[in-house]
Design a protein around this ligand. Structure first.
Ligand SMILES: Cc1cc2nc3c(=O)[nH]c(=O)nc-3n(C[C@H](O)[C@H](O)[C@H](O)COP(=O)(O)OP(=O)(O)OC[C@H]3O[C@@H](n4cnc5c(N)ncnc54)[C@H](O)[C@@H]3O)c2cc1C
Length: 468
């Protein structure tokens, strides 16, 4: 018997509730996520990397035992949530075994603390529905909300479209349970604030399955908002719109949704609603108490007007809200031979954001049919720059793949060269692993490697992500 068969045999004995899938069809299903290259491979009928098998444990105790056995048998493991990651973080490059966390579905609410705890395998939508039935919301609605799971979203420091009011996973998570690579179970202590050394929760947020398997996530929750106000503005230039965003946030306003589309991305919507040609477009959504919304939206309008913004019908904002989970345009483009679309999301401080946006657009345009840009997550010191590109078509599958990889490299390098970073919320996975040093330097990556080696001395857990 091979070592992997011995491993599955021991899992069968020691973890009787764990489902073990070894059929080729099941292994194929789990052998890709949503990284555009993987998606293209799937469309081309290629599966260059096949998982050694799939385990579906029923509880953290079984995951702990699986990790102990994986170390004993030298079997690589990849934690798996919804498989919606778009940076190749779940590719079984070395025939690793997938541990699907979706059977971890526990749920409880602590009404006194306004927190809720969910099993790592609950999807964002499942968690939100459970909360909504009790009058609460997480405020976390990524576009992949139906498929992405709590564990995966914590492991990638994900963000939702309502982040400017409710925050990102890095702010929302208050405690975690994690199975370490060698099988020990770590439960972080629940405290509203601590000064007892480095923050362990933050160590695992963004660790992309390299430092441990998250089994349970405690999050901040909120009462469901009593009212919403939608606003739409146009600006003569993107720079005017960026000025308005910065002023809004520095004034202390917290609209739930902030989306500024540059002149190019705005042009489709501008044409649809017959606004001024060549203008940038801003959508704001305020939610919460009625009086607070009215006050904040009035001050927001004054700030926009001071930056040459013109208020328009709320329809554009409402239509965005109604279609906010659709990705049809990108998927349609991916179906074209040689063409690939992706969304590269970086962050930049206010004093460099205009250059980062302009230079990324300039660098990508010669290689792409479409380059759309918007700014949709806003912070005290800067904002995200979200660049959707459709790389040029033509040539065979290999030429298309190489063109896509060129775009990815050019986008990341250009961002860093002008003061931006490598990823704002999609993570690193294997796709952006080579760019980690651009952001963290040799010494930053070295610190992460030392932590990895200390936690996972046999290199069992998700080798290949984060460039570790
Ligand atoms: C159409 C679409 C829209 C998207 N929109 C957004 C968006 O709005 N905001 C956003 O932030 N992202 C978005 N994404 C990206 C993706 O949904 C996120 O990265 C998400 O957080 C991944 O969660 P998942 O459960 O699917 O993780 P997976 O894809 O299963 O895994 C992602 C990574 O996390 C690790 N991992 C998974 N589960 C665990 C666990 N329990 N413990 C430890 N490690 C684990 C994996 O090993 C892998 O490295 C989008 C993706 C798609 C396809």
């Amino acid at each position: 018997m091979s070592d992997i068969e011995n491993f599955f045999g021991r899992v069968r004995e020691n973890c009787p509730q764990t489902e073990i899938l070894t059929d080729e069809e099941d292994r194929l299903i789990y052998s890709h996520g949503c990284y555009p290259r993987e998606y293209k491979w799937m469309l081309q009928g290629k599966y260059p990397h096949l998982a050694g098998g799939v385990l579906k444990p029923s509880c953290a105790g079984e995951i702990s035992e699986i990790m102990r056995l994986a170390n004993a048998h030298g079997v690589g493991i990849i934690p798996y949530g919804g498989g919606s990651g778009i940076v190749g973080g779940t590719i079984p490059q070395n025939g690793q075994v997938i541990v699907d966390t979706k059977r971890l579905t526990g749920f409880s609410v602590n009404a006194a603390n306004l927190t809720a705890r969910g099993g790592a395998g609950l999807s964002g939508a499942e968690f939100e529905n459970l909360l909504n039935r009790r009058g609460y919301t997480s405020g976390h609605y990524p576009q992949s909300f139906q498929s992405a799971c709590l564990g995966g979203m914590a492991a990638t420091r994900a963000i939702g479209t309502f982040s400017t009011k409710y925050g990102k996973m890095d702010d929302m998570v208050t405690a975690l349970d994690v199975v370490l690579p060698t099988g020990e179970i770590l439960k972080t202590h629940e405290a509203p604030k601590r000064s007892t050394g480095p923050e362990l929760v933050q160590l695992f947020l963004g660790s992309e399955g390299a430092y441990g398997i998250i089994t349970s996530v405690e999050m901040r929750i909120h009462p469901i908002a009593e009212s919403r106000i939608f606003k739409t503005y146009t600006f003569p230039t993107t720079e005017d719109g960026i000025g308005a965003l910065r002023a809004i946030i520095h004034k202390g306003l917290r609209p739930a949704v902030v989306r500024l589309y540059d002149e190019v991305e705005a042009s489709h919507k501008i044409a649809q609603y017959r606004f001024e040609t060549g203008f940038a477009l801003l959508i704001l959504l305020f939610e919460g108490y009625e009086e607070a919304n009215e006050l904040e939206s009035r001050i927001g309008s004054e700030i926009c007007a001071a930056h040459l913004g013109r208020e328009k019908s709320e329809d554009a904002a409402k239509d965005w809200f109604a279609t906010r989970f659709s990705t049809k345009k990108m998927l349609d483009y991916d179906a074209i031979r040689g063409g690939t679309s992706d969304a590269i999301e970086v962050a930049a401080p206010w004093d460099r954001i205009t250059t980062v946006w302009r230079e990324m657009r300039r660098a990508l345009e010669p290689l792409c049919e479409v380059v759309d840009c918007h700014f949709s997550h806003v912070y005290h010191s800067g904002a995200s720059v979200y660049v959707i590109f459709h790389s040029k078509t033509g040539g065979d599958d290999k030429a298309g793949e190489n063109r896509y990889l060129d775009c990815l490299k050019i986008a990341c390098e250009t961002s860093v060269r002008h003061g931006g970073n490598v990823s704002h919320h999609h993570g690193v996975g294997t796709a952006k692993a080579e760019f980690m040093k651009l952001e963290h330097g040799e010494s930053g990556v070295e610190v992460m490697k030392k932590i990895k080696n200390a936690l996972d001395p046999n290199g069992i857990l998700n080798k290949g992500v984060l460039g570790l």
